[in-house]
Design a protein around this ligand. Structure first.
Ligand SMILES: Cc1cc2nc3c(=O)[nH]c(=O)nc-3n(C[C@H](O)[C@H](O)[C@H](O)COP(=O)(O)O)c2cc1C
Length: 144
């Protein structure tokens, strides 16, 4: 059975809910999906996962300078490099929640992950933390 880990950083709960809905969708696709906050994540479980979905709420000045917050960045700094040339690590997706504009959020998340994981193949974003039908289609394509 394929295994997915959904790791989120949430300030007030919306990104946690989005991560939980992502994990529930993955479970419905027959994947063993675990959802944990950055603080709860056991780093040793990541390299052997088939899919790793990393989420962080959007912080910034609402129209400019969006970025993942320090606890998410610290999590990525502490994370071991996942995968080698011989054994590629998990397939990576990013997700965020926001109110107005995600701007540079995904770019900053990708920059933090560079050299640690494979390039992310999916970016999902939500204003309300609910998985939309469009998100579900994108996730289903990501799994293939
Ligand atoms: C300090 C602060 C900065 C924020 N900056 C942005 C922003 O730049 N762009 C945006 O669209 N939303 C911004 N938001 C809204 C949050 O990204 C949004 O409410 C998000 O869903 C919160 O997720 P959480 O409940 O998981 O913490 C900001 C919220 C806070 C508290």
């Amino acid at each position: 059975m394929a295994r997915a880990v959904v790791v989120y950083r949430s300030h007030s709960g919306v990104t946690r809910r989005y991560g939980e809905q992502i994990a529930a969708f993955l479970a419905g696709q027959g994947i063993a999906a675990q959802v944990v906050s950055v603080g709860e994540c056991d780093m040793s479980t990541l390299a052997s996962a088939d899919y790793l979905l990393l989420g962080c709420w959007t912080s910034g000045l609402f129209v400019v300078r969006q970025h993942p917050d320090e606890p998410w960045l610290a999590f990525v700094r502490d994370m071991p490099a996942l995968g080698t040339a011989a054994a590629p690590g998990p397939k990576i997706a990013l997700f965020t929640t926001y109110k107005l504009r995600t701007g540079s959020q995904f770019g900053r998340m990708r920059a933090a992950l560079a050299g640690k994981t494979a390039a992310p193949q999916l970016e999902l974003k939500s204003r309300n933390g609910r998985l939309s039908p469009t998100d579900e289609k994108a996730l289903a394509r990501f799994l293939v």
